[in-house]
Design a protein around this ligand. Structure first.
Ligand code: UD1
Length: 355
């Protein structure tokens, strides 16, 4: 069996990690990795391949940053030749980025089977580019690998139940593995933040939060007022917008640093009193690592994280300072994201369904 994985953005490299390991266990499986080049900075891309032991991409399309149409279109046109040459049994696409929809569409148009990992997530917010990417990818794909029971329900509602399989969440696989690996290490925080005292980890990168100057200013002001130090892991989009708006990402409790690699991020979240974020992946990592999360969005695709108040939505940004370092809920978590063996299930299903 030949599987061709297409990835391009940071959260996809994290999901590729356990999949690459699971596929490598089968000598009869050839795994080709295509990097679209959507994320190209070393801190956004290379470190994930190195830290998660992922083989270097076989092909890099080098598309880089552009408007959504230009970026997605560049990937689409470059993928034709790659798919034509490799004729994979499965084109495996991940999550909800522009790289996901481009690869799903390119393969579907060539009548090559497409499997979508992390199928069935919905925010029901049609202003988000990721929501279009998810819905369109699910409808184009032949096999829908769903991470949660909620995702299975969404797929059934859209008439896609017969293509859907519940496999669990590969991000739980990698999160648990890395948690156990880094448990003995010290969190890598800025020198003026004491890792043994309470601190908060924050990330903000979604267009809805970064591209509106007033909203971004309110978020930054709220983070400055959190009663414990806040380490802000600044995505390039956030840095670019803050610079354009003349907004400082420091002051008060706020300490801005660059993006962290995955193991450092896991270790930092494990030790944190709280997380403030608009990232889907980080909401879930906070839940899995049992750190309370405050989400600066009106909705979440990962509704399971809201259980017992592990994650709280604060769309109006009025409660960040109060919620950021709140006490952990005392209730036990259910295991909505699976048992940490989702990637093995994915490998088995792809092999079983290869003609
Ligand atoms: C993308 C995904 C988003 C995901 C996020 C994870 C889409 C529509 N969005 O958003 O779902 O949560 O990745 O990080 O696909 N930039 C750099 N260096 C890089 C990458 C980006 O400087 O390596 C800058 C560029 O100025 C670019 C901006 O960040 O214009 C946004 O990058 P882009 O990949 O378009 O979207 P993300 O905001 O990262």
């Amino acid at each position: 069996m030949k599987v061709l994985s297409v990835v391009g953005a940071r959260p996809q490299f994290v999901k590729l990690g356990p999949i690459a390991t699971a596929l490598a266990a089968f000598p009869d499986v050839e795994h080709v990795i295509v990097h679209t080049g959507q994320h190209y900075d070393a801190a956004m891309s290379d470190v994930f391949f190195r830290d998660l032991g992922i083989p270097a991409p076989d092909i890099n399309l080098g598309v880089g940053s552009a408007s959504h149409g230009v970026q997605t279109g560049a990937m689409l046109s470059a993928l034709d030749a790659v798919l034509d040459e490799h004729q994979p049994d499965w084109t495996l696409v991940y999550g909800d980025t522009n790289s996901t929809i481009a690869a799903a569409l390119a393969a579907a148009k060539l009548h090559l089977p497409v499997a979508h990992l992390e199928a069935g997530l919905r925010s029901f917010n049609r202003a988000m580019p990721e929501e279009h990417n998810r819905v369109l990818t699910d409808h184009a794909a032949d096999l829908l690998l769903a991470p949660t029971a909620t995702a299975m329900t969404h797929l059934a509602t859209e008439g896609l139940a017969d293509r859907a399989v519940l496999v669990g969440d590969v991000m739980a696989d990698v999160c648990f593995q890395v948690r156990d690996r880094v448990a003995g290490a010290q969190p890598d925080l800025p020198p003026d933040v004491n890792p043994d005292a309470p601190y908060v980890i924050a990330t903000i990168h979604r267009a809805e939060n970064t591209d509106d100057s007033l909203r971004l200013e309110r978020i930054v002001t709220a983070l400055r007022e959190v009663p414990v130090p806040v380490v802000l892991l600044a995505h390039p989009r956030l840095v670019a917008r803050a610079t354009a708006f003349g907004l400082e990402l420091t002051g008060g409790s706020l300490h801005a640093v660059g993006p962290m690699g995955y193991p450092h991020m896991v270790r930092a979240v494990m030790g944190a009193a709280g997380v403030v974020t608009d990232s889907g992946g980080l909401q879930k990592e906070a839940y899995l690592l049992q750190t309370p999360c405050t989400t600066t969005r009106t909705e979440t695709e990962w509704v399971e994280t809201l259980e017992h108040g592990w994650n709280v939505l604060d769309p109006d940004l009025d409660h960040i300072s109060r919620l950021a370092a709140r006490p952990r809920p005392s209730d036990e978590q259910s295991r909505p994201f699976g048992d940490g063996h989702a990637a093995e299930q994915v490998a088995d299903i792809l092999r079983a369904r290869t003609a």
